[in-house]
Ligand binder design. Structure first.
Ligand code: ATP
Ligand code: MG
Length: 471
């Protein structure tokens, strides 16, 4: 967490400064190009002027004109504080009249039509700017034409160009630097509420699930904090539930375990083999109950909503499966004097289910129906299809109806309706409800039409491939 925030800050800065720096680079290139252009424009004119002055020193003559440039005149013309200047004059036929023989000629591509030509070149290894022009030696008609070139080193041009560029770029660089500082402070100030939020969360104990204060939280982060608060509320409920469950389970286990201990102590004190046998038989019953309770607790843990990922639902015929499970109960029902019947349908009722879990669901419902019915009663298992296409499994009995106010609560863990004498731990229907939820099924509890008995109905969605073929 402590690393994530500077990262956000850096990211924001990078997004702001990256484009700015890119702009600066582009602007520098443009400034470089245009300053060179302007500098050349300014100094080229002077260079051309010097060429003209030199030509004024060419005098007509035969067979060719002569260049009469005294050292003093040359000094005046070709002296500059920062640069060195060179020249060369040729007559119309290309014979050199004077100057420096090494001046590079204008590039062949740039043939001019009387206009002076400006170009870059190198003279004895040093870069120079040159002008080349053809011009008559004086104004009189028919005056001979000469070809003149003047070269100048680039010192003052480069200096001026750099100065112009610096004038443009340096203020921008300063601006960007200032923007960086301002943005840096702005962003860190802007992120302060997040820092406080982080501290508020990191300073908490792992048991404190109270909502985070959203008073000072920026609007952009508020939905996130709200979600976290809701998550904490849900977690809090789950924790409460788990804690209560563990406490209940411990409490529920404590009683049978103490019972077992007491029975064993009693049996140990017996001397009559017959009574020892009887105690052992009692012990067996208690141990059996205890083991059922432990199985139920495991089952609850196995079927809690979080287990959804581990459930593998497979297509299964509810009609045939309900019949198969009911058949297994027949001997037990007969022993209790209960008439256990099955009413199915002709067709197959395909649903997506986990076989073992569905068996557990049906077992718990039939177990309750038989357990809480009077001897001589009737229990009916029904499989069918509802008008809206749900696959329905119903288990009805004609025992005492569960009062309306109890109908919701009996699905809670460890909740027993005390209207019966039968013993149990109050987990059966909680397991049924969890398994139904894992299957996306819905359970209802109604009394029979005549007001006695109970009907537990479970409504399943049709199997996915059946829905596909139906669609
Ligand atoms: N078919 C039924 N007829 C009458 N009462 C029922 C029926 N099914 C459930 N109940 C009532 O609902 C309560 C909760 O049932 P549940 O199956 O959850 O627990 P249990 O049967 O008491 O114990 P367990 O099933 O864990 O051994 C029962 O105590 C019983 O009073
Ligand atoms: Mg039960």
């Amino acid at each position: 967490m402590s690393k994530a925030e500077p990262r956000l800050q850096r990211k924001l800065l990078a997004w702001l400064l990256g484009p700015l720096l890119l702009l600066l680079v582009l602007d520098t290139i443009a400034a470089y190009w245009s300053s060179h252009r302007f500098v050349n424009l300014a100094y080229d004119r002077a260079l051309h002027e010097i060429a003209r002055e030199i030509v004024m020193h060419v005098k007509p003559g035969a067979p060719r004109p002569r260049l009469e440039l005294s050292d003093t005149a040359a000094n005046i013309l070709l002296t500059d504080a920062q640069d060195r200047l060179f020249f060369r004059v040729d007559d119309a036929d290309g014979a050199m009249l004077g100057g420096d023989a090494q001046l590079p000629p204008p590039p062949a591509r740039t043939r001019s039509h009387g206009e002076p030509r400006f170009y870059e070149g190198a003279l004895r290894g040093e870069p120079v700017r040159l002008v080349a022009a053809r011009m008559p030696i004086n104004e009189t008609a028919g005056a001979p034409v000469v070809h003149v070139q003047v070269a100048e080193t680039l010192h003052k041009r480069s200096r001026l160009a750099w100065e112009m560029m610096a004038n443009v770029v340096l203020p921008q660089l300063l601006l960007i630097f200032m923007a960086t500082v301002v943005v840096w402070f702005g962003v860190s100030r802007g992120l302060q509420p997040l820092q406080r939020l982080r501290r508020a969360v990191s300073d908490r104990s792992h048991l404190d699930l109270s909502p985070i204060d959203t008073h000072d939280v920026p609007g952009e982060v508020r939905p996130l904090v709200d979600e976290v608060n809701q998550l904490m509320a849900r977690l809090g409920k789950t924790f409460d539930f788990q804690n209560r469950f563990v406490a209940d389970a411990a409490h529920q286990l404590k009683t049978p375990v103490s019972g077992l201990k007491a029975q064993i102590e009693l049996a140990l004190r017996e001397h009559d083999p017959e009574r020892v046998r009887h105690s052992l038989a009692q012990l067996y019953i208690s141990a059996d109950r205890l083991s059922r309770l432990v199985r139920q607790l495991l089952s609850l843990a196995r079927n809690e909503p979080g287990a959804l990922d581990t459930v593998e639902l497979q297509p299964l015929d509810l009609n045939a499966f309900a019949l198969e499970v009911s058949m297994e109960w027949v001997p037990h029902a007969i022993k209790r004097g209960i008439d256990l019947g099955f009413e199915g349908v002709e067709q197959r009722l395909m649903i997506d289910a986990d076989r073992d879990r569905l068996r557990e669901l049906i077992n718990n419902l039939i177990d309750n129906a038989i357990r809480y019915s009077e001897s001589g009663g009737r229990v009916t298992v029904q499989a069918g299809i509802t008008p809206d296409g749900h696959r329905k499994l119903a288990i009805s009995d004609d025992g005492p109806s569960i009062p309306v106010e109890e109908r919701q609560r009996i699905f809670e863990r460890f909740h027993r309706w005390l209207g019966t004498r039968e013993d149990g731990s109050g987990l059966g229907l909680a397991i049924v409800s969890e398994i139904a939820t894992l299957h996306g099924a819905r359970i209802t509890l109604e009394e029979d039409v005549d007001g006695v008995g109970n009907t537990f109905s479970v409504f399943f969605q049709p199997a996915a491939d059946e829905q596909l073929s139906a669609g």
